[in-house]
Write a protein that binds this ligand. Structure first.
Ligand SMILES: Cc1ncc(COP(=O)(O)O)c(C=O)c1O
Length: 387
């Protein structure tokens, strides 16, 4: 049997329930379920507010535009991780930010603290976006300290770490805002989907507006009324008045219906993923192992480093086992980045780029599946140490 990177967490019974719901409801978008899913997610996550969007990439775009529209940034300089996802970085490039890449930590693969401090000194950025790579936390104490000292806004791309816990807090709820993905390969699925969480009520209202073209009708009545008053907008004009420069990043009630049922399984999914990661680490004790201070590792996939990645990949493929490079490797070595800024090399991110790979971890993976993956890896892989 094939061992795939991901297996859908949406069960047939959920699809059947969804079909029944659709037949009984003709309000499939902008109905009550998006709001219900947002409230349930915010509560589960331990954040004040949540905004449901159509992907994790859209969630990052929404955070970027909301920070600009809210006037929270004193300049357009942002630090982003070199080991991240393409749409961690591209929304900021597209919106005219000056993006500086930071090398990765050799244990958690998040931001390298020394390099981060150096970049803050040199560029005085107003914002940092980080990625909790494959479910592991960054060095949050040191990063928060740097943010305080250099007066920097911190946002978290938590698309790979839904459910991971650090010092009693879920990742994604530490910075000013955090993003999540519900693409089917992620921890839970709304088919496609994403979320932004924040405790900042003003930013939340702006995100509600920007998600829907920039209009005012999705924000609470009193806030909406104050926006109308500020610009002397009458009731009819208000229906098509745009207060912020927006997008359409909405999802639908159909996706929210799935989100509500998926949320019920999320604790069990996070625990199973933690168990799977532990088993990989035991089986592959001769290989580099990603570590961080999380008390629960809601692992996205299992990271490893090998000298002979192509050979390992091919052997796994022959054995019907999917694997991937370790996310983007170094963003600074991708054509889209090189075309804009030229090549950006970093000591550790370059090693991630060339030697890093990840192995499947999902809810439906059995211990026997993991043992089979590890056997194939052991047969052929030559360990590589990130230094
Ligand atoms: C760190 C990170 N950010 C953003 C995304 C984008 O999420 P989506 O595929 O839902 O757009 C991903 C996707 O895997 C990711 O890993």
């Amino acid at each position: 049997m094939a061992i795939t990177l991901a297996q859908d967490t949406i069960e047939q019974s959920e699809i059947a329930d969804l079909c029944t719901w659709m037949q009984a409801n003709n309000r499939l978008t902008k109905g009550p379920l998006c709001v219900a899913f947002e409230e349930a997610f915010a509560q589960w996550q331990g954040s004040k507010h949540a905004v449901f969007v159509n992907s994790g990439s859209s969630a990052n775009l929404l955070m970027a535009q909301a920070l600009l529209e809210a006037g929270r940034l004193r300049n357009n300089i942002i630090i982003a991780p070199s080991v991240s996802w393409v749409t961690t970085v591209t929304p900021f490039m597209q919106l005219g930010f000056d993006v500086k890449l930071c090398d990765c930590d050799t244990q958690n693969l998040g931001l390298d603290i020394d390099h981060l401090e150096q970049l803050c000194k040199e560029y005085q950025p107003s914002c940092i976006i980080l990625v909790h790579v494959l479910g592991h936390a960054n060095h949050m104490k040191a990063i928060n300290d740097i943010c305080d000292r250099y007066d920097v806004v911190l946002i978290e791309d938590s698309c790979e770490s839904l459910g991971s816990i650090l010092d009693g807090k879920k990742l994604g709820s530490i910075g000013l805002a955090g993003s999540f993905s519900f693409y089917y390969g992620h921890h839970i699925s709304t088919i496609e989907g994403g979320m932004v969480v924040t405790d900042d009520t003003e930013l939340y209202h702006i995100m509600l507006s920007i998600r829907s073209h920039g209009w005012g009708r999705d924000v609470p009545k009193d806030v909406h009324a104050s926006w109308q008053a500020d610009y002397e907008i009458d009731e009819v004009r208000d229906l098509y008045t745009f207060y912020y420069s927006g997008f359409n990043l909405r999802s639908t009630d159909l996706n929210a219906y799935l989100g509500l049922s998926q949320l019920k399984k999320l604790d069990a999914i996070a625990k199973k993923r933690a168990h799977n990661a532990e088993r990989y680490a035991q089986n592959l004790s001769d290989f580099w192992c990603q570590t961080s201070d999380v008390s629960l590792l809601s692992s996205f996939a299992y990271a490893t480093f090998v000298e002979n990645r192509l050979q390992v990949y091919q052997r796994l493929k022959d054995a019907d086992i999917e694997s991937r490079p370790l996310i983007c490797g170094n963003i600074g070595l991708h054509p889209f980045w090189i075309k804009r800024y030229g090549k950006a090399s970093f000591a550790h991110a370059d090693q991630v780029h060339h030697q890093g790979m990840y192995l499947p971890n999902h809810y439906h993976l059995s211990d026997a599946d993991i043992d089979r993956v590890c056997e194939v890896v052991q047969e052929v892989a030559k360990p590589f140490d990130l230094d």
